[in-house]
Design a protein around this ligand. Structure first.
Ligand code: ZN
Length: 222
C-alpha cells in the first residue's frame, strides 16, 4: 500500500485531512503516541528475548502509520513447546502476552478438556497493514500495528486438530476447550473476539492489546 492512498486524518488540519482522505482512503489512522511509548518500554525492559523461536525483524511499515519499531517473528511459544504456524509477526508487548496465554491457558485447557497437550497453533493472520475487517475507509486494524493475532485452530499431540469454525459448536469437549481458551484470553488481551462476536470471526479468535475507552483501560471480550 502506498502512502498516498492512506488517509491520516487526525494529526492533520481539517482541510488537509479532507484533501488526503479524498484521494481514496484505505483506512483512517489516529495519532496514538502511546503505541511507540509502550513498545519502547517493552523493548527497554527486555520483555522479549531472542531465541530459536523468537527473531527480531526490521521495523515494519516504512513511511506509513503501519508497523512497529522492532517487531518479532514468533515461531513458537511456551519455551518452544507449542509452534505458531506460520510464525506470527508481533510487536513487543504481544510476544509475552501470547506466550502467557499459550503456557497458562491453552496448554492446561488442552490437557484438561482433550486429554493431550497442544503442539501447534494455526495463525490465520498477524501483521497486516489494512482496515478493520478489510472494510475500505474503516479504522486501521490492530493488525496494522502488529498488535494482533488471529488463531484459527489448535493441533494436538495426537494429531487431532480443533478448528474454531467446526469446534465452537462441535463436540462437547471441543466446545469446552475453545470456550476456556477464549475466556482465559480475556484476562491477558484487551480485545478478544470469537464466533459469538460476528460472522467475520466465525472461524478464528482475534486477540489484541488495543486500548479501549477514555482511560484506555477498557476491555472487549466477545
Ligand atoms: Zn484479527
Amino acid at each position: 500500500m502506498s502512502w498516498s492512498r492512506v488517509c491520516v486524518a487526525l494529526t492533520l488540519p481539517a482541510a488537509l485531512a479532507l484533501w488526503a482522505c479524498s484521494r481514496g482512503p484505505d483506512f483512517i489512522a489516529r495519532d496514538e503516541p502511546w503505541r511507540a511509548d509502550e513498545e519502547r518500554a517493552c523493548l527497554g525492559a527486555g520483555l522479549v528475548r531472542e531465541s530459536a523461536f523468537v527473531e527480531a525483524r526490521a521495523s515494519l511499515g516504512g513511511p506509513s502509520v503501519c508497523g512497529a519499531l522492532r517487531p518479532f517473528a514468533v515461531a513458537a511459544a511456551a519455551r518452544g513447546s507449542v509452534h505458531l504456524r506460520p510464525p506470527a509477526l508481533l510487536r513487543c508487548p504481544m510476544v509475552p502476552a501470547v506466550d502467557h496465554w499459550v503456557e497458562r491457558v491453552v496448554s492446561p485447557a488442552a490437557r484438561h478438556y482433550l486429554g493431550v497437550p497442544v503442539v501447534e497453533l494455526k495463525v490465520a493472520a498477524s501483521y497486516s497493514c489494512r482496515a478493520m475487517n478489510h472494510v475500505h475507509g474503516a479504522r486501521l486494524s490492530e493488525h496494522g500495528h502488529a498488535n494482533a493475532v488471529d488463531i484459527s485452530a489448535f493441533v494436538l499431540a495426537d494429531g487431532r486438530m480443533v478448528a474454531i469454525k467446526s469446534g465452537w459448536w462441535g463436540a462437547m469437549a471441543e466446545r469446552a476447550f475453545l470456550r476456556a481458551v477464549h475466556g482465559g484470553a480475556c484476562h491477558i488481551f484487551t480485545t478478544v473476539l470469537g464466533p459469538d462476536y460476528d460472522a467475520n470471526h466465525r472461524d478464528h479468535f482475534h486477540l489484541d492489546l488495543a486500548r479501549h475507552g477514555r482511560d484506555g483501560e477498557g476491555r472487549i471480550c466477545k
